[in-house]
Design a protein around this ligand. Sequence first.
Ligand SMILES: Cc1cc2nc3c(=O)[nH]c(=O)nc-3n(C[C@H](O)[C@H](O)[C@H](O)COP(=O)(O)OP(=O)(O)OC[C@H]3O[C@@H](n4cnc5c(N)ncnc54)[C@H](O)[C@@H]3O)c2cc1C
Length: 409
Amino acid sequence: MNIIIGAGISGLSAGQALEGELLVLERNARPGGLSGQYQVNGFAFDYGGHYFHFQNKPAIKEHVEKFHDFRAFQRNSKIFMLDRFIPYSLQYHLAYLPAQQRHAILTEICRRKGRPAENLEEFLLANFGKQFYFLFFKPYLEKFYRRPLTGLLPGMDKGSIPVPKLEDVLAGSREKKRFSEGYNPVFIYPGQGLQKFIESYCRPLQGKINFSEKVKHIDARRKKVVTSRGTYGYDNLISTMPLKELLGMISPTPPFPRQRLKNISTLVVNAVLARRQRRFHWLYLPEKSFSFYRVGYYPVGLAVSVYLEKTVAGAGPIDKASVAREMTSTLLKTGMISKPGEILFHDLKKIPVSYVVFDRNWPRLVPAILSYLHRLDIFSIGRYGSWNYSSMADDIQLALETADHIRQK
Ligand SMILES: Cc1cc2nc3c(=O)[nH]c(=O)nc-3n(C[C@H](O)[C@H](O)[C@H](O)COP(=O)(O)OP(=O)(O)OC[C@H]3O[C@@H](n4cnc5c(N)ncnc54)[C@H](O)[C@@H]3O)c2cc1C
């Protein structure tokens, strides 16, 4: 018997590819996890901006297209800073900056040495120079991570911080033109929204998913899972819950300090607007005057719905009134509304574990924990299970590979 904890995109993908007796245990009443949607007041919202990127993964693209029709969008994302909209990424669009700033940045980029860096700050300073770092990366990333970048490792972003070639920086500094660079110049989204995709993606597992059943304890010695409703024996256990939580549920207690696994929490504000006033898909907001780091339009849907994302402390209550004020002022300042009355509805969703923090403990702990669990026939996968920075496409790939490994055991 194989058991999967979680009917998110990872659990569903692994379940489709496993053979033999299978049970999926999902604490929620619906499938999808963070790759799904939730309903409130008749509106369906994603958990913040969620787009597929299948770069270098044609097989995964083909796999998901068997379940749903996807639409491709040419990314139109921007940065809002210095009271202007600048196409993303800033490093390819220096022509949009005031001349003095542009020249100072260019001078430093021309002199960059690309030396090895011990932390994220050193990496960014070495590749982009001080002027660029203090203008964009430091305020943006410190708002996002809520900690100094000297405590973070470089190179864990999987291409989300593209280091540009000098000739591209120079070309982008000469004329105001849109360059489609970075890891997601095209993004792909289910034609009828994430939930419809997840509903079809679930179909092969009909009758094998127990919804509203939360896993509470794992007895690794007897190979048993204890839930809110019963106890089940397993041969292989695939877990997609956050690794930090999984470690706290296993007996005998794994010999790792799980409190050293750090993450950030995200508050997503979803809102419905009276009309669409801007054509971009999403905006990055590096400046301190915005508490949100990103805001964007959902790509499909009947209503004009938008999301605003900010990093919040993991524990503690949210001051809903002040978040509502910040939402209104952000939408006004970015021209997404022209008066507060254009916000027809809004809702707050906190994602307690949204992004893993790659500090010095990560390489010391994560690979060792995952191999320890493998030896117990526990496979902790997915973005949060493997405690990594992965996309939905990466998660599907890892899930299919894990199922393959189990089949061949
Ligand atoms: C704000 C934000 C924006 C993102 N944007 C993108 C994007 O644009 N593109 C992209 O590719 N990825 C994006 N991601 C990442 C993407 O959401 C994840 O990679 C993906 O959803 C992970 O899927 P998963 O199945 O591994 O985990 P999850 O979606 O977290 O699923 C885990 C499932 O396990 C269940 N579960 C947990 N604990 C228990 C328990 N004890 N018992 C039973 N069930 C349990 C949960 O209810 C959940 O359904 C984004 C993430 C965030 C937070």
